[in-house]
Design a protein around this ligand. Structure first.
Ligand code: ADP
Length: 356
């Protein structure tokens, strides 16, 4: 009777897994797949007696294999939930691949050892295609918006000069304000363009040797011109470094302008630079609204904005930190932060001083 009951229960859960639209699987604690639901076999056309772990490798687009393996190994070792997007061959058209979201979570025995992993592969190909369309649209739209904006800027400056000449200072000031707004718009569009460049792998670093200390000073000075806060620089002697000057300055400006933006009630922002071995650091400290701990890991993601009623009052697209982190990654460095809600945040990056 007991055996029958177990059998019935087993059948119930098997039916449950088999009727899922996703591919559902389990693996042992070494990562060997022990079960795949029917849907998987229907999709791939492979027989049930073939080693399912091998089948997964066979249908995966080869370029992903090297990336997936270490992440999966890391999860197996640490018990950290596994989540990755990659492509499996489309059995209906062997030349093409479909995007899947792979996820797995471990279950534990009484001694807290990993018993097995329960995983899914979810087809996200349609979603990915929409995303590609959106990115393409963003790329084209931002590119097309840039040209008229450049002309607009030239005309506005022309009007401003003429008004000054005619001694119409009141209207000249209006033209000046228009020019500032055009700059804001240009920055937003540049961010959108940068994002599309990053996605297409087209963000190129234009590296050369430059004076890091001088750049830090320049950026602090530039940001001070538009900030209501006092921006205090605690410099270290770093000297010449080899990197993309323009892109590094973009990251510095982004961190400082965020610090100012997200600390409306504070009156200062502290910038410090440092040199440890071959690594140059740049840190910005603010005494502002801070970021709740559970949101901190997300701030470097694309379009991510900490959303509470408070943050909604700050303008932005949620792209600056994403772009900054991509630039720093490509420079061979890292970007990181720590924060206390209502107390303030520290944002830092670290890049190599010279190419080894
Ligand atoms: P944006 O500022 O345009 O929204 P960012 O990518 O620069 O985009 O920042 C992402 C999010 O991280 C912001 O929306 C904000 O919620 C949070 N954030 C960034 N810098 C700070 C800071 N210094 N203090 C508090 N929150 C911050």
């Amino acid at each position: 009777k007991a055996r029958k009951e177990i059998q019935e229960r087993e059948e119930k859960f098997r039916d449950l897994a088999d009727s899922m639209p996703q591919f559902v699987w389990t693996s042992d604690n070494k990562g060997q797949i022990t079960y795949m639901n029917d849907n998987w076999y229907r999709y791939t056309g492979y027989a049930k007696d073939e080693n399912p772990t091998e089948v997964v490798k066979r249908v995966m687009k080869p370029e992903f294999y090297e990336k997936v393996e270490p992440v999966w190994e890391e999860s197996l070792k640490t018990g950290k939930p596994f989540e990755m997007e990659y492509q499996f061959v489309d059995p209906k058209n062997l030349e093409t691949y479909r995007w899947f979201l792979a996820r797995a979570v471990p279950t534990f025995d009484d001694n807290e050892n990993i018993k097995q992993w329960i995983g899914t592969f979810t087809d996200i190909d349609d979603f990915k295609q929409l995303q590609t369309q959106k990115d393409k649209f963003l790329g084209i739209a931002s590119h097309e918006l840039k040209t008229p904006l450049t002309s607009l800027k030239i005309y506005t400056q022309f009007i401003e000069k003429n008004l000054v000449k005619q001694n119409d200072l009141k209207n000249a000031q209006v033209a000046r304000k228009m020019d500032d707004q055009i700059d804001l718009l240009t920055n937003l569009i540049s961010d959108l363009l940068d994002v599309t460049k990053i996605q297409n792998g087209k963000i190129k670093l234009n590296e050369s040797e430059f004076d890091f200390d001088q750049l830090a000073e320049e950026i602090v000075y530039e940001q001070q011109m538009v900030a209501s806060h006092k921006i205090i620089l605690h410099p270290s002697k770093v000297g010449k470094i080899f990197a993309d000057r323009h892109r590094v300055s973009q990251v510095m400006s982004n961190l400082i302008s965020n610090a100012v933006k997200y600390s409306p009630d504070a009156d200062q922002v502290i910038v410090s630079t440092g040199l440890i071995d071959n690594n140059v650091t740049f840190c910005v400290r603010d005494f502002g609204i801070g970021i709740p701990e559970d949101k901190q890991s997300k701030v470097f993601e694309q379009y991510y904005r900490v959303s509470s009623s408070e943050e909604h009052t700050f303008p932005g697209l949620g792209l600056g930190l994403y772009i900054s982190s991509e630039i720093i990654k490509r420079t061979g460095g890292k970007i990181y932060m720590s924060s206390n809600e209502q107390k303030g945040s520290d944002f830092c990056f670290e890049i190599p001083k010279s190419k080894k």
